[in-house]
Design a protein around this ligand. Sequence first.
Ligand SMILES: C[S@@+](CC[C@H](N)C(=O)[O-])C[C@H]1O[C@@H](n2cnc3c(N)ncnc32)[C@H](O)[C@@H]1O
Length: 326
Amino acid sequence: MTYTQHYSVLKKECIETLTEVQEESRDKFFYADLTFGGGGHSFALFHQNVKNQLVCFDQDPDALNNGRNRIEKENASSRIDLVDSNFRNFPTYIKEKRQDIIEQGGFDGILLDLGVSSHHFDKGERGFSFRSDAVLDMRMDVDNDDIMTAEYIVNNYSEIQLEKILREYGEEKFARRIAERIVEQRAVEPIKTTKQLEDLIFHCYPKKMRYDGINPATKSFQALRIEVNQELQVLEELLDQVLPLLRVGGRLAIISFHSLEDRITKVAFKNMTDGSIPCEQLTKKPIVPTKEEILENSRSRSAKLRILERIERKKSKNKYEHLKGN
Ligand SMILES: C[S@@+](CC[C@H](N)C(=O)[O-])C[C@H]1O[C@@H](n2cnc3c(N)ncnc32)[C@H](O)[C@@H]1O
């Protein structure tokens, strides 16, 4: 199966904000797209200005293969460095392999478009979706055997651990019942496939809620995917280290798709603005997709874009501070 065409969410808004300030006197601008996916945002940056140089990360083999082909086709290899790695390794990669960017002042823009792509859901055998029957895998970095699969988690976590991830990462109100049923069922036979799990969850829902709105398995599948890929932990880890990599005037743009990611972004932005490197939030309220974008791509409806800028110095809270003591 070829890589599913991925619709890039809030593309115009991201590109505009990341490229708003480009001083003509400079001969290179540096951007990082840490969630390359189908490369929609990356290639928009690539085409925006011939001076743009990109470092891109992805951990999904399909995204990387597709990306490498596109880079070759568009003759982009001198300006796009596509790295096969989890973005938690981005700060180390830059320190070890791309000191040239730090020496030239750092990144003009860093983008994160979080979560999985439509490709993950469309490629049934990856086990992200209950729409097709497949082994419960859900690893983005599917070749990495050190990562626990969803199947391992479902068959090995304790009932308390399962309830906790379903409640915290899926905000699933029937977390306890589902965890209980999983433990009962796996004592009879292992739960191996998406359809087995979907069916089990379906029967944990009260009859009148089973056909009410979204599929009852949606939230639990989200929770498992987040746990498998440690999505929240790697985001926190990265946000703790990313600010020094931005140049003054550089921007960090984060698109999140659920409240857990958005909360982590909000807290991290607050910590950064209270920290020792001067920066400010450009979005007191997040930017959300227009009605037209939601009509074109319903997945964008939950997207929120937050932007932070590294600045020269913090604005004084007291504008008469300089007169103190006179
Ligand atoms: C929503 S898609 C990005 C789509 C992309 N912006 C585009 O326009 O095509 C997210 C991508 O980020 C990758 N990804 C998610 N978390 C990651 C992580 N921690 N490290 C590396 N890649 C990650 C996924 O494999 C997926 O391909």
